[in-house]
Design a protein around this ligand. Structure first.
Ligand code: ADP
Length: 192
């Protein structure tokens, strides 16, 4: 299988690029952000809990997020692999993902693709996205900056977990979307 961790700060283009990679390699994108938004929209218990963190720019607790991801993974079979988008965001989640892949699929992460974008560009992109999508967490610059701070305090160190396993590639996330896609595809092709 091809199991890709798509990595990068909020607004780095993970969702956009995941769509292209899904098509190219017959993968299923699993976005924890999308799962939370679905639950918030339908006002489920999980959605209400998630909302109290998301609207402050904080991460939802690991256990809640990991249980949700594991259940969702079981629902999608028949693909050549998965793209994990927005998960793992903490070292503990990275350890959980290794364990889940091993236990449920007898498999492992193939590569982590890390999109690099400067903070000020991220803020501008997210404010723009907020105007169109109506996402509450994209409407407010303070919440956006808190999410970027959460990224650097909790998520950035996840990179070390994968660097230590030699499963880490950095890609410049600024430029033409199609050029960025090509670079990501090249990195995936190295591991298949
Ligand atoms: P972004 O555009 O900020 O990358 P996502 O759509 O991936 O955002 O996620 C939106 C919000 O959902 C995050 O700011 C966070 O509060 C919550 N969230 C998503 N994935 C996770 C995760 N793996 N662990 C904890 N919280 C998460």
């Amino acid at each position: 299988m091809i199991n890709i961790v798509l990595f990068g700060p909020p607004g780095s283009g993970k969702g956009t690029q995941a769509k292209f990679l899904e098509e190219k390699f017959n993968l299923k994108q699993l976005s924890t952000g999308d799962m939370f938004r679905y639950n918030m929209k339908n006002d489920t218990e999980l959605g209400q809990l998630a909302k109290s963190y998301i609207n402050k720019g904080l991460l939802v607790p690991d256990e809640v997020t990991t249980d949700m991801l594991r259940q969702e993974l079981k629902l999608h079979t028949g693909f050549a692999g998965y793209i994990f988008d927005g998960y793992p965001r903490t070292i503990s989640q990275a350890e959980s993902l290794d364990q889940i892949l091993k236990e449920d699929l007898n498999d492992e992460v193939s590569v982590t693709l890390s999109l690099k974008v400067e903070d000020e560009i991220l803020v501008q992109r997210l404010l723009e996205r907020g105007k169109e999508s109506g996402r509450a967490d994209d409407a407010n610059e303070a919440v956006i900056r808190d999410r970027i701070t959460e990224y650097y305090t909790k998520t950035d160190e996840v990179a070390e977990h994968y660097k230590a396993q030699n499963k880490y590639a950095e890609i410049n996330g600024v430029g033409e979307i199609s050029e960025i896609t090509s670079k990501l595809i090249q990195e995936v092709e190295k591991v298949i």
